[in-house]
Ligand binder design. Structure first.
Ligand SMILES: [Mg+2]
Length: 326
């Protein structure tokens, strides 16, 4: 198909995704115009994903689309924001086919419904390089209330949602190891890598509770380091308290990974936050409400740096500081 034909197809596939926002003008204008909800701030975030770095070329197009959107929705959740809209810029290499594009648009459509977001603009270009997708996501939060990385206080508890390390194991499996896992375990871990689960319902409920919050993309240890740095505090984590999925426990028990690898692997897209001990009961009540497990894994102290303590009480040596993408 000619490039021109391809771009016509893209317009045909993407314009219907903009329907819910009249200010997107069915993607026929240079820009969109959105009115923020009264009493709210607009929260903006952007993240790109690149073939060979954040996903593999053979991944299903639906899951590539959903990952591009979801890593951004995860950032909105970490700020306590409710997602509203997004812009998508796609650099498509020549191997992209019509079928691929249709499946890609279907992935976006499904997640727009799940998370209540609407495509309001973007751009498509041809590239001689790897498939690259950049999403800019727009959310809303009550004015002045956005959760920050700054704000953690000595004496706070450190909490984390869901389970840690699954996506890193999923990627390791896609790259060939560790072998001999039951098929169900294998596919559960790969799914965590391909389609992260942004904690969209949890984030806004943390607005009145958390002192500091972020989403874990570079690995638990590195990202808690970011909270510590900006909040100017030290963070101590009990490695034995970090929640692991049954699948991760199976791999760990079989020697296919280490606790250190799980705590420094990337792509978890869980929320890590700090909150005063007086909020424990309120936080525990959020888990059944959101169906997202919440686990207390450590505490904030005066000082600087992140210390990870092994179950025996000694400092856990980390294999690497966190996933740096290179
Ligand atoms: Mg983030």
């Amino acid at each position: 198909m000619t490039r021109r034909g391809e771009f016509e197809l893209i317009a045909k596939l993407f314009a219907p995704l903009s329907k819910r926002e009249p200010g997107a003008f069915a993607l026929t204008d240079d820009a969109a115009a959105l009115k923020p909800k009264p009493g709210h701030d607009i929260v903006l975030t952007t993240d790109a994903i690149v073939e060979g770095v954040h996903f593999l070329r053979d991944d299903p197009p639906e899951t590539i689309a959903r990952k591009a959107l979801r890593v951004n929705l995860s950032d909105l959740a970490a700020k306590g924001a409710t997602p509203r809209a997004y812009l998508l810029t796609a650099a498509f290499p020549s191997w992209i086919s019509d079928d691929w594009l249709e499946a890609f648009a279907a992935g976006l459509k499904a997640d727009q419904k799940t998370f209540g977001v609407t495509l309001v603009g973007g751009d498509t270009v041809a590239t001689p390089g790897p498939l690259t997708l950049n999403v800019a996501a727009i959310g809303e939060v009550p004015s002045g209330k956005m959760l920050r990385r700054a704000g953690a206080e000595p004496g706070d508890d450190v909490w984390v949602s869901g389970t840690i390390g699954d996506a890193a194991l999923g990627l390791a499996l896609l790259k060939g190891g560790p072998a001999s896992l039951p098929e169900k375990t294998r596919s559960a871990l790969i799914a965590r890598y391909r389609v992260p689960e942004p904690r969209a319902s949890l984030g806004p409920l943390l607005l009145a509770i958390a002192h500091a919050c972020l989403d874990i993309s570079d690995g638990l240890a590195a990202d808690l380091g970011h909270i510590g740095e900006v909040s100017k505090v030290a963070i101590e984590i009990q490695a034995g308290d970090v929640p692991l999925s049954p699948a991760a426990r199976t791999v760990l028990a079989a020697g296919g990974t280490t606790l250190s690898d799980l705590l420094t692997g990337g792509d978890d897209y869980e929320l890590a936050f700090t909150a005063p001990a007086s909020s424990r009961t309120r936080i525990e009540a959020l888990a059944p409400k959101t169906k997202v497990p919440l686990t207390r894994i450590g505490s904030v102290a005066k000082g600087r740096g992140v210390r990870i303590l092994a179950p025996g009480g000694e400092a856990l040596p980390l294999s690497r500081a966190g996933y740096t993408h290179f």
